[in-house]
Design a protein around this ligand. Structure first.
Ligand code: ZN
Ligand code: ZN
Ligand code: ZN
Length: 134
């Protein structure tokens, strides 16, 4: 197009420069996504089993107070997404994706540090105190 004389040289240079900028912005976004992706893959394993609360918590010792519902949600008329079981006292509460966030609130009220997933087929545990997966 330049050779054919349709566009002034300066105009073309401006366009090319902004295309370059755009391209490098796209590259930077790609790198950041890769970086986040790598970190998410690394985090659970790197942090697994790392605190005394997780070592001491024993899921066989507690008797769950309910088996299929979040009692606080029933009381407040909200619904839950997933259930969590407190390994210190057997309290059943809902996850942070639920409106009530009753498992987290139970930790804030009692200081009981470790919960486990109370979903069928899930056995992971979480220490609220240290933000650790175990
Ligand atoms: Zn801990
Ligand atoms: Zn709840
Ligand atoms: Zn508890």
């Amino acid at each position: 197009m330049r050779d054919a004389g349709f566009i002034e040289h300066d105009v073309l240079r401006t366009v090319m420069t902004s295309l370059d900028v755009e391209e490098s912005m796209i590259a930077a976004i790609g790198e950041r996504e890769q970086d986040l992706h790598d970190r998410m893959l690394l985090t659970p394993e790197a942090r697994q089993g790392g605190c005394e609360d997780l070592r001491e918590a024993d899921s066989t010792r507690v008797e769950p107070e309910t088996h299929a519902e979040c009692p606080e949600c029933l009381r407040e008329g909200t619904t839950w997404v997933h259930l969590r079981l407190c390994l210190a006292c057997g309290n059943v509460g809902c996850c942070d994706s639920s409106v009530g966030r009753h498992a987290t609130r139970h930790y804030e009220e009692t200081g009981h540090p470790v919960m486990r997933s109370f979903e069928p087929g899930e056995a992971w545990r979480w220490c609220f105190k240290h933000d650790l997966l175990g």
